[in-house]
Every structure is written in structure tokens, then in C-alpha cells.
Design a protein around this ligand. Structure first.
Ligand code: ATP
Ligand code: MG
Ligand code: MG
Length: 555
């Protein structure tokens, strides 16, 4: 059928467009609260909200859902914009829920005047206790039938500073017995005595989510309000307030339609902004962009490409059922994408010296090496070869088992892009640690020469001791040591993986790698994908491991 390959949200949108709803308009919004940095869960919502608008000729606006000045800040607003653009999406307009404070206030006043809202002076705990249970009706507040004049007067006091924070709230007078708990006289306004990053001290009474979100969608002309599954039980209230808003008003006759999809949850990490903020504030990670964080800025710094993230989100899809997605699947998408994108360079993370005893002492050869065998257009670069090289300590073994195809006395290996060498022995210090490995090269075996055709099992990477730069390399592992830290009773701080960051202070990278910058994708051959870190300086190079070449997790 023509619907093949469409997700269920697209099916709805296509049907609505076909039926000519909303005069054929498609308008979505991405509505983050600027109280933290965007994480990969948000990327799933972004790909939906922006992606569907792009695909079907609509527009997606960015709405900053800034109705709670306690936690919000302009720092977050700027970061949100940067991350959306990095993912490759463009918004139509930028809106702010705070732009509707006056309209929402006027609407609340109207509800009070119509006897549909009242000021409750009970504590939030008392109000919660009276809510009842889904099978038991709630208890009406003693303030439920307060005279309208008194409600209006108190509502003004909520906003003027005369009423203290927490002393009263405005509630919609709906139905204390409704099986949908959200209808049991929901709180729609509360007092917050804090400067708002956009409206300053103008407002002290702030609308709650359920009284702001749907109306904001309506004011903007949103046609499809796509959100996550936890809002399913809010939908009737969302529709109710839009009905109320339109009733007896000269307002446009359209209504946004709320559609819910499943959240993205990832193994070995958390998505709650409250928890991520705590990790940052308590110094348990090094900022929102710590490469171990599931934030978009963290992944960017670590070396993930936006294309890889979008590919992963495509792979997991959109459904009506919550699930836990495998971090290893995200890493597989990253590996696949970077394989096509990354420049191949040489780096040695755990160095030991290799001396080619029959190679002339002062000689230096410039060897050409391709930047990416997957993409010829990426060209090549020069790497210097000389008598003394750094190789990985793991690539030499004095007494090796039969199937060890690396350096061991008597064995031949190929040095990548260079010669075939035969191991002749090693030197050790008084503790028996290998300090130098010795070999002889075959001058006729240079890559490209006929003598290089010989069958040799192992190929090793290397850097020339006189033509490389020292570097710090940071290896990252899972941030949490258990699969689903969000589902545990224990405090999430206790579940952090103590080995999530391992710093290798004494590595060497070829010179060409040192010319690369953050956001340039690299592969350290035979090791994994890497990216220069923003902490890197000319004197002190720092690289992050993005992901290893192979999946070492799902064994
Ligand atoms: P938190 O509950 O941690 O504060 P939030 O959902 O309130 O997060 P918002 O900034 O309000 O965060 O989210 C903006 C949009 O991103 C919302 O539409 C929300 O549904 C969506 N979103 C947030 N987290 C996820 C997730 N894990 N998967 C998919 N969409 C998400
Ligand atoms: Mg939130
Ligand atoms: Mg939210």
C-alpha cells in the first residue's frame, strides 16, 4: 500500500493532509524547556517534529517552554539552538511560552469570572491527598465555592507579590470524581518569586504545563502537537482547555491534534534532566558536554556525527510502546557512519620502541598513505618512516603462542604502508620489562613494490619516533555500570561506572593527526574512532575515543 514504510505519526499526518484538515497546513513545534541541555532523547523528538514538517512541506517552529523561572536560563536556550542546528534541522520561527503569559492570564481571569476556576489556599500536599484514587472520587476543596470576586482579588494578589509563594494556587473547577485524575480540579497557576530570564519580575503567577502547552499550540496555529507517551492521559485536558478557550471567542477555528510516541531510553545511561544536572553540578562528570554524557553536546565532543545519531533514531523507529534501546546499537550506527567519514591516521596508545637495526640511521622516508580507503576523494597524506618507531606494547611478545601474528622473535609482520620486518629480539630492564624491540626490514618489501606481495599474516600500525607528537588520549566507557539505572531503587550516583574515564597520558600520534581539529572525524588505525578534544592545545594534544573499532560489549 502507499502507506508502506511510514510510521504511525506520518500516517495520521498524511491522512489529515489528504482530508484537507487545517486548510492543508502542517505545522509542528519542538517545545523544550530551557532547563538543561538537549540529550539524545530530545533528538528523537527533534527528528520527528522537524523531520515530518520537512518531509510533508510543513513548518516546525522552536518553542521554548519557559514557564518555570526556577530552573530556566538563557545559557540553555543558546545550547538548544546550537544542538538543533548541529543535527541539521531548521526552525521556522522561535516562540516562547512566556510570550503568552498575558493571554493565558486573561483566559484564567475569564474562567474565574465564569465560575470555572478558584483560588485554593491549601498546601500542595493537602491538595494531593484530596485527589482520591482512580476508583475513588476525590474530596472537594473547602475553597471550591469561594465567591468569584474573592477569587479575582486573590488571583491578583498571587501575581502582585502580596501572596506568598506556596500560600495559594489557582485550580480549574472541573470534576473531582472524573476517572481521569487530571480532571480533578488541576492546579493551573502557582506563585514563583523569581526573576524570569525574559519577563523579569512582571509575573509572579505562572501557568502550569497543562494550562500552557495546548493553548500555546493553539495560539501559534500548530496542527500536529507531537509528544511522548506520558502525555496520553493529559490529552483530554489538553482538548478541554482548547474548547474552553475557543468558546464564545472570536478565535480561529482550528485545533492542534496531540499525538504521542514512545520515548527513547538508552541502556547504561539516564535521560532525566534532573539527574543529568545533578551529575554536572556535583562534579561527577566534567560539564554538560562531558563525552560520557548522553547529551548532544557530549556526543558531539566525543566525536559522534549528527548523521550517525539520525541513523540510529531511524533504526529504532517510533511506536506506541516504551522500550529500552541498546547503547551498543547506537555505537554500531556511529561506527558505520564514521567508517565512511573518518580520516585514517596512526597513533600508538601504549608505546614501546621498535628499532630497525638494518635501516640507515639518518634516513627518513616519506610514505604516502590513503586518508580513507572507503572514499578515494578524501585523498592521501604523507607519513614519515625512520629507523626508530613507536609500536603498541601489545604488538610484541617474547614467548608467543602459535597463532600470535604480531612481533615475536623470528616472525614477520608488515608495517602499515611501509615494509615487511622480521623480529630479531628485544631489550629488557632489570625488572624484565621490555624497553626496546628489534627487527630487520626487507628493503624490497615496501608497499607497492613487487617484493611486498609476500604473504604476511599481521599488519601493525606505528609512528616514527622523530616525527610524531605526544598526546593524551581519553578512553570512555559506559557512564553507569548497570543496564537500566533509571529503574533502580538505589540512588543513581551509586550506580556510576568508576571506570568510565581512563586517561592515557603517554601516547604518540603522527604529525598529520595533530593538524586536525575538534569536529574532524579520525580513525586511529586498528584502534577505533577518535576526535581531538576542545581541551587540546599545540603543546598538549588531547584526543577522545569516540568508539572502538569492534563491539566489545555484546559478546
Ligand atoms: P525531563 O522530564 O527530564 O525534564 P522533558 O521531557 O520535560 O525532560 P523537555 O525539554 O520538556 O524535557 O522536552 C522537550 C521535548 O522533547 C518534549 O516534547 C519531550 O516529549 C521530548 N523528549 C524529552 N525526552 C525524550 C525522550 N527520552 N525521548 C523522546 N522524546 C523526548
Ligand atoms: Mg521537564
Ligand atoms: Mg517537558
Amino acid at each position: 500500500s502507499e502507506k508502506k514504510g511510514l510510521n504511525f505519526v506520518e500516517e495520521i499526518v498524511v491522512e489529515d493532509l489528504k482530508a484537507g484538515k487545517n486548510d492543508g497546513r502542517l505545522q509542528t513545534r519542538f517545545p523544550p524547556e530551557p532547563n538543561g541541555y538537549l540529550h539524545i532523547g530530545h533528538a528523537k523528538a527533534i527528528c520527528m517534529d522537524f523531520g515530518i514538517a520537512e518531509k510533508y512541506g510543513g513548518v516546525c517552529n522552536l518553542r521554548l517552554d519557559d514557564t518555570n523561572p526556577i530552573k530556566e536560563d538563557t545559557e540553555y536556550v543558546e545550547a538548544i539552538k546550537e544542538d538543533i542546528q548541529w543535527l541539521g534541522f531548521k526552525w521556522g520561527e522561535i516562540y516562547h511560552a512566556s510570550d503568552y503569559f498575558q493571554q493565558l492570564w486573561d483566559f484564567a481571569v475569564r474562567l474565574i469570572k465564569e465560575g470555572k476556576a478558584y483560588i485554593d489556599e491549601q498546601s500542595s500536599e493537602q491538595i494531593a491527598e484530596q485527589k482520591g484514587t482512580p476508583t475513588q472520587p476525590g474530596t472537594p476543596s473547602p475553597y471550591r465555592d469561594r465567591p468569584i470576586e474573592e477569587n479575582l482579588e486573590l488571583f491578583n494578589k498571587m501575581n502582585s507579590g502580596e501572596a506568598e509563594e506556596g500560600s495559594m494556587v489557582l485550580r480549574a473547577k472541573l470534576d473531582m470524581a472524573n476517572p481521569n485524575m487530571h480532571f480533578r480540579d488541576p492546579i493551573i497557576y502557582r506563585i514563583i518569586n523569581k526573576e524570569h530570564h525574559r519577563t523579569g519580575s512582571k509575573w509572579k503567577a505562572y501557568p502550569m504545563y497543562d494550562f500552557a502547552h495546548g493553548q500555546s499550540d493553539y495560539f501559534e496555529g500548530v496542527t500536529h502537537s507531537i509528544c511522548t507517551l506520558e502525555f496520553v492521559p493529559h490529552r483530554p485536558l489538553y482538548d478541554h482547555f482548547i474548547d474552553e478557550l475557543k468558546e464564545g471567542n472570536d478565535l480561529a477555528d482550528h485545533r492542534p491534534r496531540q499525538i504521542e510516541f514512545n520515548r527513547l531510553n538508552l541502556t547504561y545511561t539516564v535521560m532525566s534532566k534532573r539527574k543529568l544536572l545533578a551529575l554536572v553540578k556535583e562534579g561527577l562528570v566534567n560539564g554538560w558536554d562531558d563525552p560520557r554524557m548522553p547529551t548532544l553536546c557530549g556526543f558531539r565532543r566525543r566525536g559522534y556525527s549528527p548523521e550517525a545519531i539520525r541513523k540510529f533514531i531511524d533504526m529504532i523507529g517510533y511506536t506506541k510502546f516504551d522500550a529500552l534501546n541498546d547503547f551498543a546499537m547506537l555505537e554500531a550506527a556511529v561506527r558505520e557512519d564514521l567508517n565512511a567519514r573518518a580520516t585514517r591516521v596512526s597513533a600508538v596508545l601504549n608505546p614501546v620502541k621498535l628499532v630497525i637495526t638494518n635501516y640507515p640511521e639518518e634516513q627518513v622516508e616519506e610514505l604516502e598513505t590513503v586518508n580513507n580507503p572507503e572514499n578515494e576523494a578524501d585523498g592521501s597524506h604523507i607519513i614519515e618512516f625512520s629507523r626508530e618507531l613507536w609500536i603498541e606494547r601489545e604488538d610484541f611478545m617474547e614467548d608467543a603462542p602459535k597463532k600470535y601474528f604480531r612481533l615475536t622473535p623470528g616472525n614477520e609482520v608488515r608495517l602499515k604502508s611501509a615494509y615487511i620486518v622480521k623480529c630479531t629480539g628485544c631489550k629488557k630492564d632489570e625488572n624484565g620489562n621490555v624497553t626496546e624491540v628489534y627487527c630487520e626490514y626487507d628493503p624490497m618489501s615496501k608497499s607497492g613494490m613487487p617484493g611486498s606481495d609476500r604473504k604476511v599474516k599481521g599488519t601493525l600500525h606505528w609512528v616514527s619516533c622523530g616525527h610524531c607528537q605526544p598526546a593524551e588520549v581519553r578512553l570512555y566507557d559506559r557512564l553507569f555500570s548497570i543496564e537500566n539505572p533509571g529503574a533502580e531503587e538505589r540512588d543513581f550516583r551509586e550506580l556510576l561506572n568508576p571506570e568510565s574515564l581512563k586517561v592515557l597520558p603517554q601516547c604518540y600520534v603522527e604529525k598529520y593527526a595533530a593538524t586536525k581539529k575538534p569536529l574532524e572525524y579520525l580513525q586511529f588505525q586498528r584502534i577505533g574512532y577518535f576526535m581531538m578534544d576542545k581541551d587540546s592545545t599545540a603543546e598538549h594534544l588531547v584526543f577522545n575515543r569516540t568508539v572502538g573499532l569492534k563491539d566489545t560489549w555484546s559478546k
